[in-house]
Write a protein that binds this ligand. Structure first.
Ligand SMILES: [Zn+2]
Length: 302
């Protein structure tokens, strides 16, 4: 049995919203996503509870470079860890200047509080993985699967019958349903659906989600529910944009639409608030506008 530990980053004092997932290997720990830099000490404390230290993390596999997933990667690199990720993500990890500018557009002056410090990862610590690449970490072999849709530079990782799902496999909290985090600027619906197919083809029995934790016994149903929401939510946005709704209006309407969907799907009010924290609904609006305008302008012109 692989020893897998879901570590709670306790981002902004919350519980079970943002995870980093650790796998014990013969060469120290492999960490799947790190959480933001602001929660590095919390992750260190969680590692302590299972008998490890941050220096035991020798390998860090990043699903993508959004700060809630990769923000602390440079801290582990500083301690000597190798950071594995998609080629397009690697450029921004080595030189985060552009990433910071685009994040400041989204988060304004709230960057430090939300994510902590951002610093470059030295190139010598970075190892680029392409689709299908394997990393031998006895007794495991970790395989990267390129899975765009949420971000163009997204990978999921498979070992044995386990799959680390990043954001493409959905946000699922407590007894709530899985939902797709639609965020700008790289949302691409067709890619998302293809990525879900690739995840199905890997046939995982256990799915580890950064938001949050282990899904097992119901992975096919989870993936079906994800596909249904990706299709329905993107169609809902197309319909609302075509009818002339503006961004401000859609921010309100989509927050209500998503909340109703969560409550129908088994969440209660408290859990629905946690989903908002993990994946703020307002981010879907610029994402959807950009997607429909850029890839299907003909649909909007009719
Ligand atoms: Zn993300």
């Amino acid at each position: 049995m692989p020893m897998v530990h879901v570590l709670d980053t306790h981002q902004l004092g919350t519980s079970t919203i943002v995870a980093a997932t650790a796998l014990e290997t013969n060469d120290g720990l492999a960490l799947f996503d790190t959480g933001p830099e602001s929660t590095f000490d919390n992750v260190a404390a969680e590692l302590g509870e299972i008998g490890f230290m941050p220096t035991d993390v020798r390998h860090v596999f990043l699903s993508h470079i959004h700060f809630d997933h990769a923000g602390a990667a440079w801290r582990f690199a500083e301690l000597g860890a190798t950071i594995y990720l998609h080629p397009r993500g690697a450029l921004h990890l080595i030189d985060p200047a552009k990433l910071i500018v685009s994040a400041e557009r989204l988060f304004g002056g709230d960057m430090q509080r939300l994510w902590g410090r951002i610093a470059p990862v030295p190139e010598r610590n970075v190892r680029i993985l392409h689709d299908g690449d394997r990393v031998r970490l006895p007794p495991f072999e970790i395989r990267a699967i390129e899975t765009p849709g949420h971000a163009s530079h997204h990978h999921v990782y498979v070992w044995e019958n386990n799959l680390f799902g990043g954001d493409i496999a959905g946000v699922r909290l407590g007894h709530g349903p899985p939902v797709p985090p639609f965020v700008p600027p790289e949302l691409h619906i067709e890619s998302w659906l293809e990525s879900l197919e690739k995840i199905r083809a890997a046939n995982p029995a256990k799915l580890y989600l950064p938001h949050f934790g282990l899904v097992q016994d119901s992975v096919p149903a989870h993936l079906d529910a994800m596909e249904e929401r990706v299709r329905r939510w993107s169609a809902w946005f197309l319909d609302r944009i075509r009818s002339g709704a503006d961004e401000q209006q859609l921010i309100r309407e989509f927050a209500e639409y998503e909340k109703a969907d969560l409550l129908t799907g088994g969440a209660n009010e408290t859990l629905a608030r946690d989903y908002e924290t993990a994946d703020p609904s307002y981010m879907a609006i610029p994402a959807a506008f950009r997607y429909w305008r850029k890839y299907h302008p003909e649909q909007l012109a009719e």
